[in-house]
Design a protein around this ligand. Structure first.
Ligand code: PSV
Ligand code: MN
Length: 387
């Protein structure tokens, strides 16, 4: 039997990276609703991310998206983050919003566009050098809408060439993280649609190229924890973009749609040594808060991850291994489900209090006046969003 007291040391190691864009406005293709208090600047986004960390102790770093988070001086931005108790994390390149990229970026048939896309990623590496960030995360919107529109095989070759040029520019302690997504915005084929394609390119690049698994980027019914197990086994699971979905890439609060799936994923992460073992994966969020308040949305997200990590750590792995070895199907399943059904909320409240954090971070945030303050202060200017 594993008790809560047995897991606190491991639970303390939980660190979740929050996305800067979660604090800005986002929406659907139908409407982006603004909301009072939304940051106008990158610094205001970082201040909000720092609030999430202050109330939870769970979110020590913030991912940037370039050019959404363009500033003149990234070293100064890193200092600003440090002064607020957080650091700058993954740098996400963005080759999906410029008109030149309509028919693709790293896979565009026009060599000048391919060059531009490579150069943008090299510029992002310069940002990483200034901020001290380890990871360059690449997600490509590249793909086609109609069969025959492009030579899907040649595009793989262009992709490999472009990635190799970018990879060559990384320093020894930096990583290239390649995200995949099965469709959207392209509707027929996507150039990096699945973990296998991402893996193939990362394997060709080298040890410091790893896969990013965004939980919203699979067809319905996909067994995501199997992909996790496989990538961890191969030493290629670099990071997660956590969110949840009911239908497609919904980018909802992680754990909202299917807490059990989050539990199953975390079991495999821990099992493979990708939580606190030799091959840690970065646990990041990639979410949009279209209708809920953004800071509470992020608080709920990191707390949901903490809750499922605690339950996954409680899994009695020795008893499970015995039942599995004995071929005892139902006993093994019961041991697994017992961990999932363990209510850890009271223990987590005590765990937080012992560490000088509020027992209920959401209630503490709502009572703190921070939300009212930013709503009063942030008047005028242009609210940040996907631009
Ligand atoms: C694409 O859908 C994606 O998951 C990528 O990570 C992007 O960078 C991000 O969303 C933007 O929200
Ligand atoms: Mn993502």
């Amino acid at each position: 039997m594993t008790t809560f007291a047995d897991i606190t040391g491991r639970l303390e190691k939980l660190a979740i990276e929050v996305p800067s864009w979660a604090y800005g406005n986002s929406g659907t293709r139908f409407k982006v609703f603004g909301s009072p208090g939304t940051p106008r600047t990158v610094k205001e986004k970082i201040a909000d991310a720092a609030a999430v960390h202050r109330f939870t102790g769970l979110a020590p770093s913030v991912a940037l998206h370039i050019p959404w988070d363009l500033v003149d001086d990234y070293a100064a931005l890193a200092t600003y983050a440090g002064d607020h108790g957080v650091r700058l994390g993954t740098v996400n390149s963005n080759t999906f919003q410029d008109d030149d990229y309509k028919l693709g970026s790293l896979t565009n048939a026009d060599p000048a566009v391919r060059r531009k896309a490579v150069q943008h990623n090299l510029d992002c590496i310069e940002v990483m050098n200034a901020t001290g960030s380890r990871d360059l995360k690449i997600w490509l919107a590249d793909g086609t809408n109609y069969p025959g529109q492009a030579d899907i095989r040649t595009r793989q070759d262009w992709l490999a060439e472009g990635l190799a040029e970018i990879y060559a520019q990384l320093s020894d302690d930096q990583r290239l993280v390649l995200e995949y997504k099965f469709f959207e915005p392209a509707f027929y084929h996507t150039d990096v649609p699945d973990w296998g394609t991402s893996y193939v390119h990362c394997a060709a690049l080298g040890d410091r190229a790893v896969v990013c698994l965004d939980t919203g980027h699979h067809a319905p019914g996909t067994n995501i924890e199997f992909i996790v197990a496989q990538l961890v086994r191969l030493g290629k699971l670099g990071s997660f973009d956590f969110n949840s979905r009911f239908y497609a890439d919904d980018d909802l609060i992680v754990g909202a749609a299917d807490p059990f799936q989050l539990f199953r994923i975390m079991v495999e992460v821990i099992r493979g040594g990708a939580y606190d073992g030799p091959t840690p994966a970065a646990l990041m969020l990639d979410q949009c808060h279209n209708i809920e308040k953004k800071i509470p949305g992020q608080l709920r997200s990191v707390l949901n991850v903490q809750e499922m990590v605690a339950r996954a750590l409680l899994l009695d792995v020795d008893a499970l291994a015995q039942a599995q070895q004995a071929g005892d199907v139902l006993a093994a399943n019961q041991i697994y489900m017992d961990a999932f059904y363990t209510d850890v909320r009271r223990d987590l409240a005590g765990f937080r209090e012992e560490r000088g954090l509020p027992a209920d971070p959401m209630a503490a945030y709502l009572a703190s006046g921070y939300q009212e303050q930013i709503e009063a202060d942030r008047v005028g200017g242009t609210q940040a969003g996907w631009n």
